[in-house]
Ligand binder design. Sequence first.
Ligand SMILES: [Zn+2]
Length: 366
Amino acid sequence: MFVRRSNLAAQRNELITFPVFNQLKLFEPITYPFEQQPGTGEALEIAPGVRWVRMPLPFELNHINLWLLEEDDGWTIVDTGLNLDDIKANWEAVLDTHCREKPVKRIIVTHCHPDHLGLARWLGDKLKVGTWITQGEMLNAYAWFHQLPNYDVDGMVGFFRRHGLDPARADTLFHRGPTYRGRVDGLPTEYRRLIEDDLLRIGSKDWRVIVGYGHSPEHASLYCAELNVLISGDMLLPRISTNVSAMSSNPDGDPLGWFLDAVERLTELPDDTLVLPSHGRPFRGIHARAAQLAEHHRERFEALVAACDTPKSACDLITTLFKRDLDAHQIMFAMGESIAHLNYLEHAGRLRRTQDASGVFRFVAI
Ligand SMILES: [Zn+2]
């Protein structure tokens, strides 16, 4: 049975040396059961009543997977895509081809990031249906959309400056301004709240809400035991490691600890569960993927502790974590990730934080 860890240093150290890290070879390998992927306007059936829709993204991460769940008398949409004309046109094609006979009955959104929540308002207004989402995600979306204090660009840039970001790159981020509002086409003004362990009856199947933390405030994955399918959202991706960033509104939190706990919890599901991730291809091999992610972060923890033989800021350590040049968009994620790793190691008792006269934090190995 899963026992949630507290932030006690001793328990964090136990996580760092958790045996799962040394057992990669004991797990079934990761497999990708589908050769084919859906093209524009297509919805490919990959489990009974579960269809895969793929939409473009204008980033290095160039696509997002969305899902349609069939009911006797309608459809449920899971995640909605970014606010772009291309994606709206793609949705029109999907709805016209696949959802003409039966109406869409609800929209479920795994979390507040704009590639997931971006078109919930647009689709909801168009289809006259509500959005189901956790409260943490919805409130965070409102806070970003309305640029509330410390959910705004000022708060973020100030936070990164305290973690050593140089004035030139801080300025670039500041002048880039808020991006969230443009990437979502409005927000739903009301929502149906999802909570941990909710059982959603969709068609003849029950889908259980599994809440995860660290990537976003209160991310909802959905698990159907009867189909042995997990809609993992961004909590478990097959090839890239999920972004986990510290945020200015919760500067000393431990999102990476929360994330690793949440991923470990997903390993309570059967290893042959078909995982439907938001990016990349559907796969099997939850345990192997969870172990890979844990190992990935463990290597980073060790590299950071070694680099902190003399005091270093989160900005100093970006080159320890990322070996390539980063643009402004990537610097924002890199700073958030660097701080998340340092906070984890501080909570674990491996690093100590110092602050100089100008207020910049640096971390040194204990
Ligand atoms: Zn996300």
